[in-house]
Ligand binder design. Sequence first.
Ligand code: GLC
Length: 748
Amino acid sequence: MTSNNFRKLSFVLMLSSSLCNNVFAQGKKGDPIEQRVNDLMSKMTLQEKIGQLNQFTSDRTSTGPISANSNKLKDIEAGKVGSMLNVRGSKDTRMVQEAAMRSRLKIPLLFGLDVIHGYRVTFPIPLAEAASWDLDAIEFASRVAGREAAAAGIHWTFAPMVDISRDARWGRVMEGAGEDTYLGSMIAKARVRGFQGKGLGELDAVMACVKHFAAYGAAVAGRDYNTVDMSERHLWEVYLPPFKAALDAGAATFMNSFNDLNGIPATANTYLQRDILKGKWGFKGFVVSDWGSVREMVPHGFAKDNEEAAKYAIKGGSDMDMESYAYVNFLEKLVKNKEVSEDLINDAVRRILTKKFEMGLFDDPYRFSDEKREKKELNSAANKKVALEVAQKSIVLLKNQNQVLPLSKDVKSIALVGPLAKSAEDMKGFWSVVWDNDHLVSLHEGLETKQGKKTQINYAKGCNINDDDKSGFADAVEVARKSDVVVVAVGEAFDMSGEAKSRANIHLPGVQEELIKELKKSGKPVVVLIMAGRPLIFNWTADNADAIMYTWWLGSEAGHAMANVLFGDYNPSGKLPMTFPRSEGQLPIYYNYNNTGRPVINENNIHYRSAYIDSPNSPKYAFGYGLSYTNFAYSNLTLSSKSLNQDGSITVKFTLKNDGKYAGEEVVQLYLRDKVASLVRPVKELKDFTKILLKPGESKEVTFVINKEKLSFYNKNLDWVAEPGDFDLMIGTSSDNIKLKDTFQLLD
Ligand code: GLC
């Protein structure tokens, strides 16, 4: 046989063997996934298995997804990488996936990205969306985000973040659903449903990733990455339910958290990841570590080096290592030294491969990387329309003295003042995916678009966001004097809340409040819009401005949403998902506190009460608070019975009427209180809510159903129980404004 023929034959043999490997290794399309996983795993070397547990980031700083001098492409070709994060776009994901297809077994990569509140169209930050209390809107926003991400080659979003937090010093409150476990659980479900759509394998579905498991939002003093120390019961009662809700909604993956919990870093926390998540809850997906959290067990003082960290993490239930290089560098040695059982590796690999099969990536590794689809789906008018609707619903009207809002469309002139008035960039908020700002609409643009030539907009910046320069005050006061109304846009820059953005002082930054004081002297009505990623403190403004709207960071359509609310084309309907403190000294502050033995009966009785001598106990604005341009009347409360037994229920009905002259949506809130129990119980807990649209003069009967589930809590043995006894029932327009009350009994 000539050498040439031999070469040809060997090429054919190599080709057929690799194809055979490929086809044989991955089983046939339509075979049961478990069988295909087993087939594939039977072909994999230990190193290839460990490769699946390794996730690298793209080098975002480089022009392409991976800088030319990095070894990452070679590692991918060598089967040492199971997933990449921060590679985005059909073109780049295809190019990097091609490297995986050059590996021996051609196992496709998973592409993950932080699509937290939108991919190309940016939605309001999650805390703002939570303020809408509109679960359909929140689900739809996540659906659009998931669709856009999937069209851009992304398989997996690192969202929803479901960390409950009661401390606005923590910058990541912007990323969650606020302080309440029930609201947070409902929103967690909505977001998972939105991202995963009709289910994994659909071309417009991305895997959700519930994070950060667990209790990351309870970091001491609101300092990011800080210690978390709490009773197991508190963990189960407040912080775990949103994770379970997300799991029940079908979440494909979880991400652990940077914090230690009661002395054990979450990344190695067997109790969290194996006993609870994979054991009690039966989670079949996989857990990815947070960025570098495996190797961070060394500075935590929990592992002596990255090798030991790898051992503790894999034993603790962390299946994939994000950017620690711990698994890829040490697991093979740990298995060979019998310090880590290969069974643990196999379990993690099985979980990850199963998701890759479910996503259809073995049948077509490039199915998400389609440039034509990407061009059609991203930033479409339909997607922007959804963003506008969600943004409008997220705005919270905090004050509207003498009905200064909505503004008349015949208003002759507006003084538009403040460091955020013309800002488009800050509208994207933290965790925005896109780097350019061309798609973001500022308040100024929104007002210009809406009022065009009808209204003269006199602009002055007035001051910067966060310094002590008052040189712009005079111009601002000047434009105020010559205008009919003053609209002031103040707050935080988009990167003043978010990861690693804890603040010890959460007042309006810089000299912004002093600017408002100067503008108030003009004698014109002053309408203040506060754009921020967290609750801020602005007591003078709260007491002296004529109107205040909390607009958070509203994303792509921010300016249009704010303009629509200012002029009444949308009647504000948002309610606060977090309590707003009067001072940092009140933090952590939340509505569902325990009564204590010396409760505050009223702010004036100063004797021996669980309160401060230098501040009211009450917050500046309560959880669930938000005004409307119309009024809602609550009446005719009825209970189907004054008692229920363990498997019974009580149907609660009442009438809600729109008593005002604007159509509007009201978020009616059901709070319950367990009066006496084996553990002290909160003075009230949100147990249901619904958002209702009513025309002027329209009434509607609202129904809630109370059952044992709504009365249950974790007792001292961590049993989920409903104890017989008396309960208060409260229906409110906010947690501190109860409109209807009654009591009922749970019988044995
Ligand atoms: C970050 C965040 C996490 C994010 C991950 C990937 O540090 O803590 O929420 O998903 O790294 O960017």
